[in-house]
Write a protein that binds this ligand. Sequence first.
Ligand code: SF4
Length: 272
Amino acid sequence: MNPGKALTPLEIYKVLEKSNCKRCMLPSCLAFAAAVVGGQKNLDDCPLLSEAVKNSLASTLQKRSMAEPRQAEFMTKLLQEVRGLDLAAVATRIGAEYDNGVLSVRSMGKEFFVDSQGQVRSECHIIPWVLAPLLAYICYPTHQAITGRWISFRELKGGIDWQGLFTSRCETPLRKLADAQSELLGDIVDLFQGKEVEGFDADIALVLHPFPHFPILICYQAPDDDLQSELTILFDECCGTNLHIKSIYTLCAGLIKMFEQIARHHFVTNEQ
Ligand code: SF4
């Protein structure tokens, strides 16, 4: 699905300055609106668009793409698929464990147990946005082992269609969180059994494993004088084979929401 189809160029155009100032490197605001829908530009590329308007557009788009009925339908389909699976065979394929009819999938250092009816339990709180991608990961028909090659979201199959939304809802909010709380990414490493890695042009580069064969790499460069901070989320090349792009987006957006909650908790704790 192209998320641009959930938001029309006109809807985007309506909230732009309509000055055709070209600071987005396009000849007009209308061209910019079309480029956002097409995934070649994202809302952050217009410097005149306020944060409030961007957030409102992104949440409209998100509400449509994540509409409850569609999500419920998707979950029903996933549960049906899980019930038809040979969980022992799935465990070997996806890098999980199988014992006594229950699949055990490690996600960010925590075990999630899935039975033959698709019931999921865990030692930690299960957030809905992670539940659907977890079941989708188990059911996904193709599978590839970790390659060690990192690619951008845009390079994943179908990624270009979701790039605007991914930037607005995942990379940008996480960058701002890291700017506001310099220790956050280090805490994420500790809390989710991540690993700091070397060799990337970043102040901190960390690898997390949302699923066994699904590593993501977060690279963060702190702001420096007049230079704005940068944050990029990269994916092992296998991720595009092991999960549909919509589930990848949903998973990342869910993780960022969780990190926001952690950051809020830290802020409150530190203030006390
Ligand atoms: S930078 Fe914003 S206001 Fe200027 S042309 Fe592009 S979309 Fe329009």
